[in-house]
Design a protein around this ligand. Structure first.
Ligand SMILES: Nc1ncnc2c1ncn2[C@@H]1O[C@H](COP(=O)(O)OP(=O)(O)OP(=O)(O)O)[C@@H](O)[C@H]1O
Ligand SMILES: [Mg+2]
Length: 267
């Protein structure tokens, strides 16, 4: 069996009386695009925050390439090559694209006496341009402040940043939620290119056509835990919606069937 690139078993996270993650399992396989779908409040963002070090779970285990890890902060996850595009993008609007790409990990070079380490702006700009070109993101100038970019271009910068630094996996929380048709298509194309480079991608999305367009597998999250993993090739959009609402469930043979709850209601 293939060892998942990133996996979790029995994750739990409580906020007072609210259980955001309720014994969640997760598996991201090498090279795949895994869509994570579920209702508002199902716990998708909480799950990926645990996987990216942005929250520390109360219980459960996370593994990278089969090795148990303990992420305390997003920096810990980054050290393993796991990059996350958060929904708010975490960009710094007044700074230019290159500065944003290298936010928190600026390239520096030694000053004359080897004491002061100056920012190597030229190197960061060249590197940022290279990554944008590689991902086919068209931006007039690398020195343009991020606040002057369109929503889609900003999304592109955030995705490019993750693609540039991710060496293990890229996680994206609703990267197309605020985008138009053309901009969404660009982000989906970017995801495709990241996959072509051999990097697995986790895509959280409410957009079923996007999910069916790009995902290799679909992880359905409901009430704080994984309730199904299905293939978009053998499962319909209506079936996935049924799994999300709880009208349908996956039986022991992996078949999508009417759930115990809805059988009880119709009996
Ligand atoms: N910091 C927090 N404090 C208290 N409750 C929280 C916190 N973060 C999340 N929750 C709660 O945990 C549950 C899961 O939230 P989460 O954001 O993970 O859902 P989601 O599946 O990402 O939803 P959406 O599709 O709306 O983004 C919700 O009930 C939410 O209110
Ligand atoms: Mg969310």
């Amino acid at each position: 069996m293939t060892t998942p690139t990133l996996s979790a078993r029995g994750l739990v996270k409580r906020y007072g009386h609210v259980t955001a993650i309720d014994g969640a399992d997760f598996d991201l396989l090498p090279g795949e695009v895994l869509a994570v779908v579920g209702d508002n409040g199902a716990g998708k963002s909480s799950l990926i925050k645990a996987l990216s070090g942005a929250l520390v779970p109360d219980a459960g285990e996370i593994k990278v390439d089969g090795e148990t890890v303990h992420f305390r902060t997003p920096i810990d996850a980054r050290r393993y090559g796991i990059e996350t595009v958060y929904q708010d993008l975490a960009l710094s609007p007044a700074q230019d694209i290159a500065s944003n790409m290298f936010l928190g990990r600026e390239i520096r070079r030694r000053g004359p006496l080897g004491l002061i380490r100056k920012l190597d702006t030229a190197k960061m700009r060249a590197e940022a341009q290279r990554v944008l070109d590689e991902l086919d993101i068209k931006i007039k100038s690398i020195t343009q402040p991020v606040e002057t970019l369109s929503g889609g271009q900003r999304q592109g910068v955030a995705v490019a940043r993750a693609a540039a630094f991710g060496t293990k996996a890229v996680i994206m929380d609703e990267p197309t939620a605020a985008l138009g048709v053309a901009e969404s298509a660009r982000v989906l194309a970017l995801i495709d290119r990241i996959r072509e480079r051999g990097l697995p991608v986790v895509l959280i999305s409410h957009n079923m056509p996007h999910v069916f367009d790009i995902a290799d597998r679909i992880h359905v999250h409901r009430l704080g835990r994984r309730v199904a993993v299905v293939s978009p090739k053998t499962t319909s959009m209506n079936q996935v919606v049924g799994l999300i609402t709880g009208a349908l469930e996956v039986d022991e043979n992996g078949e999508v069937v009417e759930s115990a709850v809805s059988r009880g209601l119709s009996a």
